[in-house]
Design a binder for this molecule. Structure first.
Ligand code: CMC
Length: 464
């Protein structure tokens, strides 16, 4: 009996009720693949046993058709532009509640009772300080360091300080780690900013709300009283809510993958921050403002739309397009409204907003963007609001990471607590050399010798 026939017998065709049939047109063999239905959304084909049965893998670079896990946290319908956290629509959460409520919801699955909410607020506020020795890490960075570089380093370093919450098998320690991460992210992010300015670090003030505390850590100085503007605090809170989670995006998948090897939560979240930094992901909010500044005036919009459509040009319209949304990103809708509110209430006249609106209008009427279903995403308007609130451009992605931490940690927890949890280990389609014999160095063909000045253009051994 061949290996393939043995494998095929594991799941006989008749026994599977809802299934897909996969047929190898070359051999005529076929395999039944069961389908699994979620609570809402498209069903999935369960291919877990496919390789064992058939000897073939599936191929899906970029995971465009792959559900990597099951999750109860967030649901997105990209065609309809729907985003739900634990069933609640994002616009309702953004409008009606605060970031701590959403954090509790994402972590625990339900909105908290008044008592649970108050305990949660207190719990988070009690973890806001950093170990004094960890604070000394900052002085190891150059003042010009990008704050996201500091975030990756300092958050990863938390693992070295909080040993009492790195036993991932202990549910209590997992929860303490979750609280610590949510609580310390504003302190870590604000210190990255203060360090770049050469200003002293402030201690957190635990009687303030999460967003108020973040504003104070960022903008207050010890020599003056700092008055918190409630409009600014509310807008920041809403931005954090809008960034709190977004199912299996690149950074969340990174956190899950890192966590699947049973790495500690601080290291996993540091990996998530690194993934978020890229301009195709969370780095887009910074890239949008840089792009708008580069476009500068309305008359140059068409030139940049042309560049975005030119296959020979790498330029992309930042803040446009999304892997999942083929309709308006519901977060962008709330962000757009918030942007107008904030600028009006603060009396800020930002010509960048006018430019962004004009760019959005023209792009949404352009055949290229219409055909490819490219709509503004969450990052398109967030930068304009953050700038109006006083944040420097290079802090935008840091703020995204502060908001997203709860999503990362909720997914990390869910993964560890799931019976399906396994180390993430994708396979590949190998397209390299076939087996060949080793050649000793003396027998190899000679190549042109590199200039001894090669270090000047990239071979600098000192910076390796
Ligand atoms: N400008 C111009 N063309 C675009 C853009 C854009 N922003 N986005 C996608 N396209 C085109 C792309 O060239 C491709 O064309 P073709 O089919 O002719 O090759 C087609 O649309 C599909 O694009 P894709 O790159 O295959 O789509 P994807 O799902 O892999 O990428 C994306 C999604 C978000 C990375 C991409 O739309 C993009 O690079 N957008 C700009 C960066 C951005 O705003 N990122 C933030 C995303 S939302 C928040 C977050 O994740 O943090």
């Amino acid at each position: 009996m061949t290996e393939a026939t043995q494998r095929k017998r594991i799941e006989p065709v008749q026994a599977v009720r809802h299934s897909f049939t996969l047929t190898d047109n070359e051999t005529g063999e076929s395999w039944e693949l069961p389908t699994i239905h979620g609570s809402i959304g498209p069903k999935v084909i369960d291919i877990r046993k496919l390789y064992g049965q058939s000897g073939v893998f599936t191929y899906d670079p970029g995971f465009t058709s792959t559900a990597s896990c099951s999750s109860e946290i967030t649901y997105i319908d990209g065609d309809k532009g729907i985003l739900l956290h634990r069933g609640y629509p994002i616009d309702q959460l953004a409008e009606k509640t605060d970031f701590m409520d959403v954090c509790y919801l994402l972590l625990h699955g339900e909105l908290p009772s008044p008592e649970e909410k108050s305990d949660f607020d207190t719990n988070i506020s009690q973890h806001t300080m950093l170990h004094e020795q960890l604070v000394r890490f900052y002085s190891g960075f150059v003042r010009s360091a990008h704050p996201m570089a500091i975030m990756v380093g300092v958050v990863g370093a938390l693992s070295a300080f909080y040993h009492d919450s790195t036993n991932i098998k202990d549910p209590m320690q997992r929860m303490v780690a979750a609280h610590r991460l949510i609580a310390k992210m504003p302190t870590i992010g604000a210190y990255a900013f203060k360090y770049s300015l050469g200003q002293p670090f402030l201690y957190p003030e635990n009687q303030l709300s999460y967003s108020e505390n973040l504003l104070r850590l960022m903008f207050a100085v010890p020599t003056e009283d700092y008055e918190i503007n409630p409009i600014v605090a509310r807008a920041l809170d809403r931005i954090l809510i809008l960034h709190a989670d977004h199912e299996q995006n690149a950074s969340t998948s990174t956190v899950r993958l890192a966590g699947s090897s049973q790495a500690n939560p601080f290291a996993c979240v540091a990996a998530g921050i690194a993934s978020l930094w890229g301009p195709a992901h969370g780095g887009a909010n910074e890239a949008v403002l840089n792009m708008l500044d580069e476009i500068g005036t309305r008359d140059r919009i068409s030139k940049y739309l042309g560049k975005a459509q030119d296959p020979e040009d790498n330029f992309r319209l930042m803040g446009f397009g999304h892997r999942v949304y083929k309709n308006h990103d519901p977060r962008a809708k709330v962000m757009r409204v918030t942007c107008h509110e904030v600028l009006n209430e603060l009396g800020v006249q930002d010509p960048t907003l006018e430019l962004a609106m004009e760019l959005e209008r023209i792009a949404l009427e352009d055949d290229y963007f219409v055909e490819k279903k490219l709509y503004p995403n969450v990052d398109f308007y967030s930068g304009i609001i953050l700038r109006a609130l006083g944040f420097p451009t290079n802090m935008f992605t840091v703020l995204f990471s502060i908001g997203r931490t709860v999503g990362w940690i909720a997914h990390w927890k869910e993964m560890l607590e799931s019976s399906e949890s396994k180390i993430g280990r994708p396979r590949q389609l190998y397209v390299g050399n076939e087996p060949r014999d080793f050649t000793a160095v003396a027998q190899r063909e000679h190549t042109e010798k590199k200039s001894s000045w090669s270090w000047l253009w990239g071979g600098n051994r000192n910076s390796d």
